[in-house]
Write a protein that binds this ligand. Structure first.
Ligand SMILES: *[C@@H]1O[C@H](CO)[C@@H](O)[C@H](O)[C@H]1NC(C)=O
Ligand SMILES: *[C@@H]1O[C@H](CO)[C@@H](O)[C@H](O)[C@H]1NC(C)=O
Ligand SMILES: *[C@@H]1O[C@H](CO)[C@@H](O)[C@H](O)[C@H]1NC(C)=O
Ligand SMILES: *[C@@H]1O[C@H](CO)[C@@H](O)[C@H](O)[C@H]1NC(C)=O
Ligand SMILES: *[C@@H]1O[C@H](CO)[C@@H](O)[C@H](O)[C@H]1NC(C)=O
Ligand SMILES: *[C@@H]1O[C@H](CO)[C@@H](O)[C@H](O)[C@H]1NC(C)=O
Length: 775
């Protein structure tokens, strides 16, 4: 299978990039956590990769690294050796990866029978529980996608779009600076990027002026990546357990997201002159550690000492938490104080499409900034047509003959020459950049049905412009003359007065794993983002594209996620000891409410647009720790074996208390409130206990202000909180009641609670919605 020679996720992205139209879902057959290389089973058809968690593992603290690794590997091999089908391959052939640093367990290819034998309580290894480790459960890793490209067949494969990358930090009001020695505290923040690798030589990753890594850093550079510096302080790749492979970014995605979060300011960056300006990240002083895999990356990143993990990856739909590799990895990160920022997914605007939904992660929606990129055509009759594409090629701007080849797929264009012509292609489906390129055509005009992608521009391997309803004008013109001419112009940036608003492709709530937890959490710029690129990939990602670029413009919740990662690092640089929940809380409670007309309202943008500068001075924090998340899972109805797989604790030690079991998911001390109701027009009432910790001046008095809509009552008790030097934490209850009425152009009703002492404003969105409405 295709995954034998190259990391499947990356390989599939590349394979798709020849087409205009592709499913955005990049399926990773090896599963999120593990690359399958050496692993051989009784046949790839019958085995699946499972991550097997163990309660303990042999103590190896005294052993040198190589011996420790061998001891743990031997232990894992021993564990599955007894359950493998007769006359099949040996245990070492089946194990894909050993997790031993922050997680305990391994990933292995197993048949259903083998998996069931391993899960059987009759397994002899349980009797050795006191000497070694007990099997505690497993998950089948989720299929993982890179969240760059808007979904389905609407976009080109590789999203390359281009607007203002760096413009996005200006838009968010983050002050520009490029002097890491001036902001020394930033130097202690380490961001772990779980992505497609990195292009080290980008100016965005210069380590000029950076001191050596902070003392807490325990990571390494992979053996084949000797050129780490004081900016990129770690780099690991894992393929089938092979850690000598390159972390070189062949896709561009990892380089792009890393530079968005923490790139140095580089003046004069642009994509072929488009969207020019200074490219920069939020925290240019912060350090980068790069991990090219999922669960293995969490295992290492946590142990290496990163402060924030950024993962612009996700499954296609929300998974139940214990079956979601990302959720499990993030759980282990968060319990160690690491902040985890993830992308919401690119399957919007469908309701219920948000995919990274664990309450211990920050799920980021993609918003539009005040700058957009458009593409323009001028017809021979003088009519201008605005299209959506990033068109940056030499020799644009001259008239070409418009030719209708009857279709733009391989079959129709095979062997034809259209030099000097712009092809009038039909629907975006079945159009091949490669075939168009082979004809020698000057460009192509493609029709896109629907306007879901009207706000997003993509790059193509050939000068191609996507046209929506105005396609009719082009056809009329084509039929009106025997020599139709068209001029494809270079893209330009235009002002987007509607900003910030959530882009159509950004996945919407509600959270299908738990309707009572609002997701996504927050919005951040994710459309037309200019950031660093790898010369290993072409501008459009297609092999027939010959253009290379140092900076590229792409779109996706993948691009929004590193903005929140950067904002989290910005907060961590001033509050290094804060928990994941505290950082998540301050980002959400200081976000700018949006409400700019999306019918999905809070299900599109959560708390609103991230505001990194305000987030540093939040006043109050909704904190939570591991036990709170375990309590939440108990309220969700998790049984002991599911809880064991999530927490890495033995099932008998992971039982829920009766109190936890009787609690509600809405009791989690979350900075937002979701109220799913069963019926329109029927009265409801729900109560949400919350506790805030004062992180501002000691003697502060906060008062609650409620906003709501007719029919929905929100009561806060008490509505005044007086903090002092000895009273840092205070609790209150929010009671939401009333009757939800249908329609009004929205799915539900928006309300909010804002606590204020006059200087700080700590806002929580409340969203009441009819959950049956979501299919
Ligand atoms: C890792 O991959 C490299 C390059 O393909 C190969 O030379 C090496 O033997 C592999 N190591 C292991 C442990 O599989
Ligand atoms: C090591 O990296 C170089 C480029 O940095 C690459 O060409 C080579 O294939 C890599 N080796 C392995 C074993 O991956
Ligand atoms: C464009 O014009 C040509 C020549 O008149 C015609 O054959 C073709 O069908 C037209 N294309 C469309 C899409 O109408
Ligand atoms: C354009 O001409 C083609 C073929 O002559 C015809 O099939 C098509 O319907 C015409 N389109 C319009 C919009 O007149
Ligand atoms: C826990 O729930 C899972 C999923 O529903 C089920 O497969 C498993 O058997 C349950 N375990 C116990 C101990 O009830
Ligand atoms: C319905 O819409 C109107 C006008 O936008 C608004 O004033 C009212 O509060 C809305 N009602 C609900 C229940 O959302």
């Amino acid at each position: 299978m295709a995954t034998r020679t190259s990391p499947p996720l990356l390989l599939l992205l590349a394979a798709l990039s020849v087409l205009f139209c592709h499913a955005a879902a990049v399926h990773n057959p090896a599963g999120g956590g593990a690359r399958v290389a050496a692993a051989a089973g009784p046949g790839d058809d019958t085995t699946k990769v499972y991550v097997v968690f163990t309660e303990r593992q042999p103590g190896t603290a005294e052993l040198p690294e190589a011996e420790a690794g061998a001891a743990i590997a031997a232990f894992h091999h021993d564990m599955i050796g007894g359950v493998l089908d007769a006359d099949s391959s040996s245990a070492p052939d089946r194990v894909v990866y050993h997790y031993s640093r922050s997680l305990r367990g391994f990933a292995a290819r197993l048949t259903d029978d083998e998996k069931n034998r391993l899960a059987s309580p009759l397994l002899p290894l349980l009797s050795r529980e006191d000497t070694v480790a007990a099997f505690i459960g497993f998950i089948q890793p989720t299929d993982i996608n890179i969240d760059t490209v808007p979904r389905h067949c609407r976009g080109p494969p590789k999203v390359v779009y281009r607007p203002q990358t760096t413009r996005s930090w200006d838009f968010l009001g983050v002050p520009r600076h490029n002097d890491p020695t001036r902001l020394k505290f930033e130097n202690d923040v380490i961001i772990g990027m779980v992505d497609s690798g990195i292009w080290l030589d980008s100016e965005s990753f210069s380590d000029e002026g950076h001191p050596p890594p902070p003392a807490k850093w325990k990571g390494v550079c992979s053996k084949n990546f000797t050129s780490c510096n004081n900016k990129i302080i770690g780099a690991r790749s894992y393929y089938g357990g092979n850690t000598t492979l390159s972390v070189l970014d062949r896709e561009g995605h990892g380089t792009h997201t890393a530079s968005t979060a923490t790139g140095r300011a580089v003046a004069g960056a642009s994509l072929g002159g488009l969207a020019g300006g200074t490219a920069r990240g939020a925290v240019p002083g912060a350090r980068l550690a790069v991990y090219k895999d999922i669960l293995a990356a969490f295992d290492d990143a946590i142990a290496d000492g990163v402060d924030v993990i950024s993962a612009s990856l996700g499954s296609v739909f929300a998974q139940e938490y214990a079956a979601d590799t990302m959720a499990v990895g993030a759980f282990h990160a968060v319990r160690r104080g690491v902040v985890v920022s993830v992308s919401a997914g690119n399957s919007g605007p469908m309701l219920g499409s948000v995919s990274n939904v664990a309450p211990w992660t920050i799920s980021v929606a993609a918003t539009l900034t005040d700058r957009r990129i458009i593409s323009e055509l001028v017809l021979g009759n003088g009519r201008r047509v605005v299209g959506s594409a990033i068109t940056v090629f030499p020799n644009l701007g001259k008239p070409s003959l418009l030719v209708d080849p009857g279709g733009c797929d391989h079959e129709q264009l095979d062997g034809k020459r259209y030099k000097g012509a712009v092809l009038l292609c039909g629907m975006a489906i079945d159009i091949s950049s490669e075939a168009i390129s082979l004809t020698g055509a000057d460009g192509a005009i493609v029709y896109m049905f629907g306007d879901e992608d009207k706000d997003t521009a993509f790059s193509f391997a050939v000068p191609a412009v996507i046209v929506m309803e105005e396609f009719d004008h082009i056809i009329d013109y084509n039929n009106s003359t025997s020599h139709p001419m068209v001029t494809v112009k270079k893209s330009v940036t235009v002002k987007n007065a509607a900003a910030p608003s959530v882009v159509e492709f950004s996945s919407r709530g509600p959270n299908r794993a738990t309707y009572g937890v609002l997701k996504p959490d927050i919005g951040a710029p994710g459309v037309d983002i200019l950031a660093a690129w790898t010369p290993e990939a072409t501008l459009s990602g297609s092999e027939v594209d010959s253009r290379r670029t140092k900076y590229n413009i792409i779109s996706g919740t993948s691009m929004a996620c590193p903005h929140v990662t950067g904002a989290a690092a910005y907060v961590k640089s001033v509050h290094p000891g804060w928990s994941h929940a505290a950082v998540q809380s301050v980002l959400m409670t200081t976000a700018t409410p949006m409400g700019s007309g999306e019918p999905e309202a809070e299900l599109a943008y959560g708390a609103g647009q991230v505001d990194p500068v305000r987030a540093r001075y939040p006043g109050l924090v909704y904190d939570a720790a591991e036990d709170d998340y375990v309590g939440f899972l108990c309220a969700q109805g998790y049984n002991s074996s599911q809880l064991a797989a999530m927490t890495g604790r033995r099932a008998s030690a992971a039982a829920c208390s009766a109190e936890a079991r009787a609690s509600a998911v809405g009791d989690l001390n979350y900075p937002s409130i979701a109220v799913p109701v069963l019926n329109y027009g029927v009265g409801f009432a729900a109560e949400f206990p919350r506790t805030v910790t004062n992180v501002g001046p000691a003697d502060s008095v906060y008062r609650a202000t409620v906003t709501t809509v007719p029919g929905i009552d929100v009561a806060v008790t008490p509505d005044e909180l007086a903090f002092s030097a000895s009273t840092k934490k205070l609790s209150f209850k929010v009671r939401v009641s009333g009757t939800l009425l249908p329609a009004n152009g929205t799915l539900g009703a928006s309300a909010s609670v804002v606590w204020s002492d006059g200087r700080h404003h700590v806002g929580s969105p409340i969203y009441v919605f009819h959950h049956k409405h979501v299919m």
